[in-house]
Design a protein around this ligand. Structure first.
Ligand code: ADP
Ligand code: MG
Ligand code: MG
Length: 898
């Protein structure tokens, strides 16, 4: 197997690159794109990439090297030295390299990179001699020791930061750049001392010289340890969490890129920066990013110094030419990748070097805007535009915003780093954010700047607020990726994380832990107190992409809704009907009393009165629904849940009785309560979800479905007379045998005929059933003879196929099944292949029994993009999902068809 791949030029200036951008799974994203940039002639410092497969072999063999791998790496290293004409560790003119991680999927900041490798007490002299710049050289050496100690040896970064701070204090200077070459040389000595004192001799016997641990001087040792550390970082806790969060497989591994160093810290004509070819927050066509003069690598993202906007670069003395060249590179990369790219670059004494590129992460709004403008520019097709938007990401656009009519005082302003608004209690650590979320409290995470260690807290929080860092800082990048609102760089905030408070400069306001704050990541505004939020509407770009999606999709999209407002909303979002109108949701509130009366009374007259009251109420409900969905189908499901869901719990009644007794309440009242309790108790079932519910309820109490059908038919008749075009359909739940459907269908047809007769209008109402029990799926051919349509209730079907109680398992064993990989994902969120097989069987058999049968899905899965793709393949006619997921489903359905 080939394990190592060269990129960049040889000594004669010939391109010797062995990889390209399509080799992400071997070279990682960074390695593949470095190779691609080298191939298309962009200036890339030469290097080589060790494959992801080597990482996995190393990890799976308990961190031991596969045979021959180290020899190959050595070969490529010698080759690199020949190509550049310098040697690592050389005392005259040393080659320095970076050792960079790079996985197939971008995992920003999750894994490790070491810069300036190859410096030691000999090669530092060579560097000084060759650069004639002692300050730069000592600064590079101290950075190397610091990074190596932190990243490779796992020492606490603060040990070094504290030493720097102490040095600045003793020299009476404020910033790192004011330290002299001598200061830095002293720091190098101190750093080496810190290394010796903090690295364990047992852990690293190879590093022991004369009885004490020494900073490794041998470049071979440095390189091997650094590569091993990068490999090891694949399985560090934050990388593991990030993969879980982003559904990235654990067995991909990371590649390691060993690359010649270029220096952005060689003075005023050197710089380093990160940039996007377009604005990743809103998609506008503009260069976006930050740079720092006389700085190296991470300085920009670390938020240590304040950066300048990239657009200024071409106006800065000594950097103009590189700045203009960079803008040319932006265009080359966009045309080549036919997408927005993000970029890391360094300018070394006026010369531009490209250090990284990839198709950049962006907000949903930017994704839409960029896709559309690239179609307009003829760069991509409409199909490609539709494929490029991640349906899950659309959720961001359906995120809350500050209510336009809300009144509030702006407390502070920062950078609008990730759109959407958030309201929550201020918390000052990731741990507190996680705790708040676990206790069901909404929170906003307030940090100086986030680090990868904050990830769990960032996930838990509603929004993220930082006082430092630019739009490409850690907080901004991660928040945009997660779709979480983020305001960063709010300089007015003076955060004291220890005390859990933040003072606001220029005011006497101090935000304490637990205070409600609001932020708007679209505008950068921060407010003390809770601002009212509203949901946004479908607009401009989203509408355009969804219209294109509608041209390509064949799968219909309906919504699950049970009131006229939701029905209207789903219509606005493009639903082509209601796939599930759950009538039991109409039995809550005041109506609960009526149904209780029905259930608990033996007196026929009282029962009849209750049913009549329900009829009146339901007729009004249906009238509103059918009117809102005029001209589109509305599938009404007859009463489904177990009756006791409408009753008080016997346990609560028991408590109430005890209280009444204690307070000496009227004996007759107590007796009545007790009777009620016993009655409800007697009706309770051990397994209510498998008990008296669905069509069984209708067969035991025919009067209920009859009433509902009469209400449906009456509402329809009324609307027809008013000139509307109502299209109700009646759905019988929880059928397992065709006989059940036959009986229920009989009741329904009779009721419809009676109302048609009474009202004098023709009423065509299709009658169908849910397929949500395995027996129904496997006898779908028989059931279809009595059904005009099927709707697969994949929630119950998942529950009954697995035998998992969906109300209990999620908290109990499913998380464990997921972490042990017994299940690849939660089958209640994304449809399981076994359940999908039953659906497929149901569709096929259904068509045998009734060639014209219409088949849809109405479980939660209807709004899950992966499941939508499965349903498209099975050949369903439509999916039905909650109103806010309708846009996602439209897009996912188009992607499935393309
Ligand atoms: P990450 O994946 O976290 O972005 P990188 O491998 O890109 O890590 O490296 C971290 C920083 O170091 C980046 O800013 C990058 O530009 C810089 N860097 C990496 N390799 C080199 C190099 N050969 N010369 C100069 N800077 C480098
Ligand atoms: Mg990078
Ligand atoms: Mg069900």
């Amino acid at each position: 197997v080939k394990r190592v791949y060269a990129f960049g030029k040889d000594a004669e200036g010939n391109n010797v690159t062995e990889g390209n951008k399509d080799m992400k799974y071997i070279l990682g994203g960074k390695g593949a794109n470095l190779a691609e940039m080298a191939v298309i002639g962009l200036p890339v410092p030469p290097g080589f990439t060790i494959s992801c497969q080597t990482c996995m072999e190393y990890a799976n063999a308990d961190n031991t090297w596969p045979e021959g791998a180290l020899d190959t790496i050595q070969e490529y290293r010698l080759d690199l030295e020949r190509r550049i004409g310098k040697k690592i560790g050389d005392a005259e003119d040393p080659l320095l390299v970076s050792v960079r991680s790079g996985a197939p999927m971008s995992m920003p900041g999750m894994m490790d990179t070491v810069l300036n490798l190859g410096l030691n007490d000999q090669s530092i002299n060579g560097l000084i001699k060759h650069t004639e710049n002692p300050r730069f050289s000592w600064d590079s050496y101290r950075r190397f020791i610091q990074m190596f100690s932190n990243v490779v040896m796992g020492l606490d970064g603060d040990l070094f930061e504290n030493a720097i701070t102490a040095k600045k204090l003793s020299r009476g200077v404020k910033s790192d750049t004011e330290l002299t070459a001598e200061d830095l040389q002293e720091l190098v000595a101190e750093f080496k001392q810190i290394f010796s004192e903090n690295v364990s001799a047992e852990g690293y016997p190879n590093l022991v010289v004369d009885g004490t641990v020494q900073f490794p001087q041998d470049p071979d040792v440095q390189l091997k340890l650094a590569i091993e550390a990068v490999f090891g970082s694949w399985n560090n806790p934050r990388a593991t969490l990030y993969r879980k969060q982003n559904k990235i497989a654990d067995d991909l591994g990371t590649a390691v890129n060993v690359q010649a160093m270029v220096f952005g810290n060689k003075g005023e004509t050197s710089a380093t920066g990160v940039a996007f070819t377009r604005n990743p927050a809103n998609g506008e066509k503009e260069f976006y990013g930050d740079y720092l003069v006389n700085a190296q690598g991470e300085d920009v993202v670390a938020g240590i110094r304040n950066t300048s906007p990239i657009a200024e670069l071409k106006h800065v003395d000594g950097l103009q030419e590189a700045g203009r060249e960079l803008e040319g590179v932006f265009t080359i990369l966009e045309n080549h990748y036919r997408d927005m790219c993000d970029i890391e670059f360094t300018i070394e004494q006026g010369k531009l070097w490209m250090l990284q590129t990839r198709v950049g992460k962006r907000t949903a709004a930017a994704a839409l805007h960029i896709a559309i403008s690239m179609v307009e520019d003829g760069l991509i097709t409409k199909e490609e535009a539709v494929m490029r938007v991640d349906p899950e990401q659309l959720d961001q656009l359906l995120h809350p915003q500050f209510d336009k009519d809300a009144e509030y005082d702006v407390l502070a302003k920062g950078l609008n780093a990730s759109p959407g608004a958030a309201v929550g209690e201020a918390v000052f650590s990731a741990v507190d954010a996680v705790k708040a979320a676990e206790e069901g409290r909404k929170c906003v995470l307030v940090r100086w700047e986030t680090t990868p260690d904050d990830l769990a807290g960032m996930i838990a929080a509603e929004g993220i607020l930082t006082s430092h860092g630019g739009k490409t800082s850690h907080a901004a990048v991660i928040a945009r990726g997660m779709g979480a609102p983020c305001v960063c760089g709010v300089e007015a905030l003076k955060i004291d994380a220890e005390k859990k408070e933040a003072a606001v400069t220029g005011t006497d306001i101090v935000i304490h832990e637990g205070d409600m704050i609001s932020l708007d990541g679209t505008t950068g505004i921060v407010v003390l107190g809770a601002v009212d939020l509203v949901m946004p509407e479908l607009s401009g770009d989203l509408d355009t992409i969804l219209e294109w999606a509608d041209e390509f999709r064949t799968l219909g999209v309906r919504a699950n809704a049970d009131n006229p407002e939701d029905a209207q909303l789903s219509r606005d979002f493009g639903a082509q009907g209601i796939g599930l109108d759950r009538t039991e949701h109409m039995f809550l509130g005041e109506r609960k009393q009526i149904i209780q009366t029905f259930i608990l009374n033996e007196d026929e007259a009282i029962r009849e009165k209750a049913v009549n009251d329900l009829f009146e109420a339901q007729t009004g409900d249906f009238y509103g629904m059918f009117k809102a969905m005029d001209g589109l189908p509305v599938i009404v499901r007859l009463l489904d849940p177990p009756l006791h869901e409408f009753l008080e719990s016997p346990r609560a009644l028991d408590v109430e009785i005890a209280k009444m007794e204690a307070t000496g309440a009227d004996a007759a009242e107590i007796a009545a309560k007790r009777k009620l309790m016993e009655q409800i108790d007697a009706m309770s079932e051990a397994n209510p979800m498998l008990g008296l519910r669905g069509c069984r309820l209708g067969i035991v109490y025919p009067i209920l479905p009859q009433m509902q059908v009469r209400a449906i038919a009456t509402a329809m008749a009324k609307l027809k007379k008013e000139g509307f075009d109502p299209k109700p359909e009646i759905m019988i739940p929880l059928v397992s045998t065709v006989k059940e459907l036959e009986v229920m269908r009989g009741y329904a047809e009779k009721a419809i005929a009676e109302i048609a007769e009474e009202e004098g209008v023709e009423l065509e109402i299709p009658i169908g059933t849910m397929i949500e029990l395995p027996r129904a799926a496997v006898t779908a051919d028989e059931i279809a003879t009595k059904a005009d349509f099927f709707s697969f209730g994949t929630n119950d079907l998942t529950q009954t196929t697995f035998g998992f109680s969906r109300d209990d398992v999620e908290a109990e064993f499913i998380p464990q099944y997921l972490s042990q990989k017994i299940l690849p994902y939660n089958p209640f969120a994304t449809v399981d292949p076994g359940v999908a097989k039953l659906v497929k069987m149901g569709v096929e058999l259904g068509h045998e029994g009734n060639p014209n049968i219409v088949c849809g899905v109405c479980g939660e899965h209807g709004g899950d993009p992966d499941s939508v793709k499965t349903f498209h393949k099975i050949g369903l006619d439509y999916v039905s999902c909650s109103p806010y997921r309708v846009p996602l489903a439209r897009l996912a359905a188009a992607q499935a068809a393309l």
